[in-house]
Write a protein that binds this ligand. Structure first.
Ligand SMILES: [Zn+2]
Length: 126
């Protein structure tokens, strides 16, 4: 599936279809809003618009967990899903949220990969 296809699929799975989300892939780390990150997202909650940037795998480097585009995408989408909970003044809380979202994103992607695809809405055999 294409990157845009994965974005559409996960917007639907996570109930984020009312967001307009621009996706930039294969980013140079210098272009990204967050330093030393596989992905990042900036958003405006009042207009439900967002920009997700995902690093070019060649800049990912050798890390314990290999680069996973889909998991990174789901992590960034989870930030949108939970954006109303943020308090920019609390850095520790933000770090804990990142960790929590990463675990959830990993679990969701793992679950999807072990399960058959979602039945299409226009399928009458539901
Ligand atoms: Zn994060």
């Amino acid at each position: 599936m294409t990157n845009k296809g994965l974005l559409k699929e996960w917007q639907k799975r996570l109930g984020l279809t009312d967001w307009r989300i621009a996706l930039q892939t294969d980013c140079d780390p210098d272009e990204m809003h967050v330093i030393d990150s596989a992905g990042c997202v900036s958003w405006e909650e009042s207009s439900k618009t967002a920009l997700i940037q995902i690093i070019d795998p060649k800049f990912y480097g050798k890390r314990v967990v290999p680069f996973d585009f889909e998991k990174t995408l789901v992590h960034e989408l989870m930030h949108l899903k939970t954006c109303l909970f943020y308090d920019n003044k609390d850095e520790l809380r933000e770090r804990i949220v990142h960790m929590f979202l990463d675990e959830i994103a990993r679990a969701l992607v793992d679950a999807k990969r072990e399960m058959p695809p979602i039945v299409k809405e226009d399928d009458n055999n539901v």
